[in-house]
Design a protein around this ligand. Structure first.
Ligand SMILES: Nc1ncnc2c1ncn2[C@@H]1O[C@H](COP(=O)(O)OP(=O)(O)OP(=O)(O)O)[C@@H](O)[C@H]1O
Ligand SMILES: [Mg+2]
Length: 371
C-alpha cells in the first residue's frame, strides 16, 4: 500500500505540452481510474508514475519520498499493459518467475509467490503452458500474475482489458475488483470504458483534452464516480460521464430566486431548475443539461418540452427515443422504460423534473445544483 502525490506536474514533448497543472493525491489502498478522450495523456501520466517517462516539471512523491529520479524498479510498482508483453518462449510459471529470478530470490520464495498468484487468478492448471497456448483472457491473467508475484505497493494498469471480447471483459473486470478487495493494494487503472471507470473506481480522475488543458489544466474533475455523475463541474465532464450522453439544450436565463432558475429554451418552453444561478445576469445565454434517463413520463413531474420522434432504438429492457425539438440542431435522447410504442413523427411530451436539471454558463462551467 502506498500514498501517491503529484504536485504541479507537467509534461512536454519538445514544444508540445501534453499534461499541465496536475495536483493529485491518491490515498493508500485506493482504486483510482484515469479516464478521458484518446490522446489526453492518461498513459503518459501512468508511465510517469511508473518511471517509464520523465517528469518535465513538478514532483511525484510515493509515501512522502520524491521519486522523480528513482529508477522504475525501485519504486515498488508493477505495471500491467494492454499488450500483455509476455515472453513467448517461457511457460506461464517462467513468465511469472522472471522478475523474481532477476531479483535473485530463492527458489522456495519464487515457488511460493507463483503458487499464491496462480491461486488468486486460477492459473494453476496452466502453469506449464506457453503463452501461445492460452486465450486472450488467460494471457491477461498471466500478465496480472506477473505483477502480483512482485508484491508491489502499487499496481498500474493501462487498458488491460481492451483486447478482450465483451463477455471476457466483464469477467476480468470482476476479477480485478476482487483482486483489489483481497490485496487492498493501491491501484491505478487507465481506461476508455466508462462502465469500467464507474464500477471499479473509488476515485475517478477525468482528464481534459484540447483547449481546456491550456485554460483549466489537465484535470477536469476528480472524485467518486457518482459525484462526477450527479455533480459534474463542467459541461465536458457532464457529457463524458453517462451513456447515452447528457442532452444539452440552449436557452436564456429569465430569472433566478436563489432556489430556482427559470429558463426559456430555444423552442420557447419554460423550464424550472433547482440550480443556483444568482451569479449570472438575467438574459444570459446558458445551456440546460438533462440526462436521457432523467426525463419523467409522469404527468405533473416538471415542466414540459415537446419533441417529434426522429427514430427509436428498442433494446429490450429499455428504449431510446431520439427527438427533434424546435430551434435545436441536435436530437434530444430520452430513455423510455419498455417497448416505446412510438412511430417516426409522433409528438412526445417530455417532463423535466426540477431536480434533474443541470445548467451551464457560456464557458461550459456548471452552476451549483441545489438538490
Ligand atoms: N514520445 C512522444 N513524443 C511526442 N508526443 C507524444 C509521445 N508520446 C505521446 N505523445 C503525445 O502525447 C499525448 C498523450 O498521449 P497518451 O498516450 O498519454 O494518451 P492517452 O490518453 O493514453 O490516449 P489513448 O486513450 O489513445 O491511449 C498524445 O497527443 C500523443 O500524441
Ligand atoms: Mg493510452
Amino acid at each position: 500500500m502506498a500514498q501517491i502525490k503529484l504536485t504541479d506536474v507537467q509534461k512536454t514533448y519538445g514544444t508540445v505540452e501534453v499534461l499541465r497543472n496536475i495536483n493529485l493525491e491518491i490515498e493508500s489502498g485506493e482504486f483510482t481510474v484515469f479516464v478521458g478522450p484518446s490522446g489526453c495523456g492518461k498513459s503518459t501520466l501512468l508511465r510517469m508514475i511508473a518511471g517509464l517517462e520523465s517528469i518535465t516539471s513538478g514532483t511525484l512523491e510515493i509515501d512522502g519520498m520524491v521519486m522523480n529520479n528513482v529508477p522504475p524498479a525501485q519504486r515498488g510498482i508493477a505495471m500491467v499493459f494492454q499488450s500483455y508483453a509476455l515472453y513467448p518462449h517461457m511457460t506461464v510459471a517462467e513468465n511469472m518467475a522472471f522478475a523474481l529470478k532477476i531479483a535473485k530470490k530463492s527458489k522456495a520464495e519464487i515457488e511460493q509467490a507463483i503458487h499464491h498468484a496462480a491461486d488468486i487468478l486460477q492459473l494453476r492448471p496452466l502453469l506449464d503452458r506457453l503463452p501461445k497456448e492460452l486465450s486472450g483472457g488467460q494471457r491477461q491473467r498471466v500478465a496480472i500474475g506477473r505483477a502480483i508475484v512482485r508484491n508491489p505497493s502499487v499496481f498500474l494498469f493501462d487498458e488491460p482489458l481492451s483486447n478482450l471480447d465483451a463477455a471476457l471483459r466483464v469477467q476480468t473486470r470482476l476479477e480485478i475488483a476482487n483482486l483489489h478487495k483481497n490485496l487492498s493494494t493501491s491501484m491505478i487503472y487507465v481506461t476508455h470504458d466508462q462502465v469500467e471507470a464507474m464500477t471499479l473506481a473509488d476515485k475517478i480522475v477525468l482528464l481534459n483534452a484540447g483547449e481546456a488543458v491550456q485554460r483549466d489544466g489537465s484535470l477536469a474533475q476528480v472524485g467518486p464516480p457518482l459525484e462526477l455523475y450527479h455533480r459534474p463541474v463542467t459541461r465536458f465532464v457532464a457529457g463524458f460521464i453517462g451513456s447515452p450522453k447528457m442532452n444539452f439544450i440552449p436557452g436564456e436565463l429569465l430569472s433566478s430566486d436563489g432556489q430556482r432558475a427559470t429558463v426559456r429554451l430555444c423552442n420557447g418552453s419554460i423550464v424550472h431548475a433547482a440550480v443556483d444561478t444568482h451569479k449570472a445576469k438575467q438574459g444570459a445565454q446558458i445551456e440546460l443539461g438533462i440526462r436521457p434517463e432523467h426525463f419523467s413520463s409522469e404527468i405533473g413531474q416538471g415542466d414540459i418540452v415537446k419533441g417529434k420522434v426522429s427514430y427509436v432504438e428498442r433494446l429490450g429492457e429499455v428504449s431510446y427515443l431520439y427527438l427533434k425539438i424546435e430551434g435545436h440542431d441536435k436530437l434530444v435522447t430520452a430513455r423510455d422504460e419498455g417497448d416505446a410504442p412510438y412511430d417516426q413523427g409522433d409528438l412526445v411530451e417530455l417532463h423535466v423534473p426540477v431536480g434533474n436539471c443541470h445548467l451551464f454558463d457560456n464557458t461550459g462551467k456548471a452552476f451549483p445544483r441545489l438538490i
